[in-house]
Design a protein around this ligand. Structure first.
Ligand code: FE2
Length: 156
């Protein structure tokens, strides 16, 4: 019996993106302290997905979310503003949020699914814009991983 409505996509180029993350190389963003695996970038939507890996003591800089994001801590422990995220914790970060520094209290990996860009800043100025294009350039090797690490530091 046919479906009651035609649902074939008009875009015949549509395809799922499948990534064997276990076979991917980590891209180092801060020597010995931070790495990323860029899983997907969406040229049309501006969204992107990545796995971040931070050694204990890595501190990510303050930023504003210019889009919403979903976070799932795969392992480790993160100190965020007013609390601690543990393995298995999920966070929804709304568009517009201002976030201060985030510190890895243990060696940590987390999945980050973002609907668009972030902008990093220090006390006086903006330091880095991070959107799907920067991530895609990193994935293809056209941009150094350092581009994602504005304002980051590593605690002794
Ligand atoms: Fe954030």
């Amino acid at each position: 019996m046919p479906l009651p409505q035609e649902i074939t996509p008009l875009n015949d180029q549509l395809a799922d993106t499948v990534v064997a993350t276990g076979n991917m190389e980590w891209l180092e963003t801060v020597p010995g302290a931070a790495w990323i695996k860029v899983l997907w970038t969406g040229a049309e939507s501006g969204g992107w997905a990545a796995i971040f890996r931070w050694k204990k003591g890595y501190v990510a800089g303050p930023h504003k979310h210019l889009s919403a994001a979903h976070v799932l801590v795969l392992k480790g422990k993160l100190q965020v503003r007013d609390g601690v995220l543990n393995t298995g914790d999920y966070v929804y970060e709304p568009n517009g949020m201002l976030h201060g520094a985030t510190t890895a209290l243990e060696d940590t990996e987390y999945l980050f699914v973002c609907n668009g860009p972030l902008i990093f800043h220090d006390d006086n100025s903006f330091t880095s814009y991070l959107g799907w294009e920067e991530l895609e350039k990193m994935r293809t090797g056209a941009l150094s991983g350092a581009a994602i690490s504005a304002g980051a530091k590593v605690l002794a």
